[in-house]
Design a protein around this ligand. Structure first.
Ligand SMILES: [Fe+2]
Ligand SMILES: [Fe+2]
Length: 367
């Protein structure tokens, strides 16, 4: 049997890792053993061992050609050199051929790895190319590496830790939520009492997007960040909101500067998503931008976040039919949600100030 050892920080494991392992298993015809490390020699931060193990388990549970080894996680040393991991599996499976899978960035600095020549002697090294990294031919030749077909995306774990992107299997997303890892503490602190609402909007947005064949990860991030601007009350003179006021007056060519106070948070949400979470994706930013007022001609993610915000289960009324309508068909569901809200929206707007965007949405979708 061919056994492919796949070591790494997996902090956290993401779909890039899964694709890389699947690709290796398919091209070599072998079984992949995920071997998470406690820490990475190149990086410093890492979640607790028990969380890392559980997240890898959740990510690989549906694949027969994958398994997990906690050899490094339970090792007495904080850092285990790869050669010891490889020798462990050679002893364990003396009849089998052992492969060692690395990414293109690691291949290029492989000559710096401790015992690099021994690793190449005991295991056949497999390299999965990385999108923005040109492979060093020198190392490929010196260590007799097999270069696999495919391309790994770069920097995914970093981006996930900061919530800039979240290309991870859904059970892992849920685990991160439940155990308050990575980006969750920052979101909890930001939102305070509102956290449960935004979490529900994120989860529901993910489900609606998935059911309708759209990118659930983008919808999840937009759902979680949609109310970032809510904690700002521009009339509060005890705080310095000069930056926020400047943004409101100048961004988007000042289109939003006359919005009534209840809707201003959708614009400031865009400001904080960029500033605090590094979000650049226009789809995510626009979903935040229109979540309160709605607008004419909205795209899938704008409709999802608008609707999820109004119908998430903790809103205090039975929204199950509206949720089902969004799951079945988000375009029709959105119109249903907008219509269901209109009795609520209109009196509120009369009282708190009308805005041109909701009027546009009503005209566009309901008349
Ligand atoms: Fe909101
Ligand atoms: Fe909200």
């Amino acid at each position: 049997m061919k056994r492919i050892i796949f070591g790494g920080a997996f902090d956290p494991i993401h779909n890039g890792h899964i694709n890389m392992a699947l690709s290796a298993a398919k091209q070599i015809g072998g079984h992949v053993i995920f071997v998470p490390s406690k820490v990475s020699v190149w990086k410093t931060e890492s979640v607790a061992v028990k969380h890392k193990k559980k997240m890898v388990q959740l990510a690989i549970k549906d694949y027969d050609c994958f398994s997990l080894s906690d050899f490094e996680l339970t090792h007495k040393d904080k850092f285990v050199y790869s050669i010891f991991t490889i020798k462990h599996f050679i002893e364990m499976y003396p009849e089998d051929k052992i492969f060692y899978l690395i990414g293109g960035d690691q291949a290029n600095k492989f000559h710096l790895w401790k015992y690099c020549d021994d690793i190449a002697k005991y295991a056949q090294i497999l390299v999965f190319p990385r999108k923005d990294v040109k492979l060093s031919k020198k190392n490929v030749d010196r260590f007799n590496m097999i270069v696999l077909k495919g391309e790994e995306r770069s920097d995914a774990s970093n981006n996930i830790r900061s919530f800039k992107e979240i290309d991870i299997p859904y059970p892992v997303i849920q685990y991160i939520e439940e155990h308050s890892l990575y980006y969750i503490p920052k979101l909890k602190e930001w939102y305070g009492d509102r956290y449960n609402h935004v979490k529900n909007v994120a989860d529901l947005s993910h489900q609606i997007a998935k059911n309708n064949g759209f990118n659930p990860q983008k919808a999840y991030i937009a759902g979680f960040l949609h109310d970032l601007g809510k904690k700002v009350h521009l009339s509060d003179t005890t705080k310095d909101y000069s930056e926020e006021i400047k943004y409101l007056n100048t961004a988007f060519e000042g289109r939003f500067k006359d919005l009534p106070p209840y809707a201003i948070h959708q614009v400031l949400g865009v400001y904080y998503a960029q500033k605090e979470f590094g979000i650049e994706d226009p789809k995510i930013l626009n979903a935040i931008l229109w979540h309160c007022t709605a607008n004419e001609n909205m795209n899938w993610i704008e409709k999802i976040v608008y609707a999820a915000d109004k119908i998430e289960p903790s809103r205090g009324y039975d929204s199950s039919k509206l949720i089902q309508a969004m799951m079945d068909d988000l375009d029709e569901g959105f119109v249903t949600v907008l219509r269901a809200n209109i009795d609520y929206i209109h009196p509120k707007m009369k009282k708190n100030g009308e805005n041109e965007f909701t009027e546009k949405a009503i005209k566009y979708y309901l008349k």
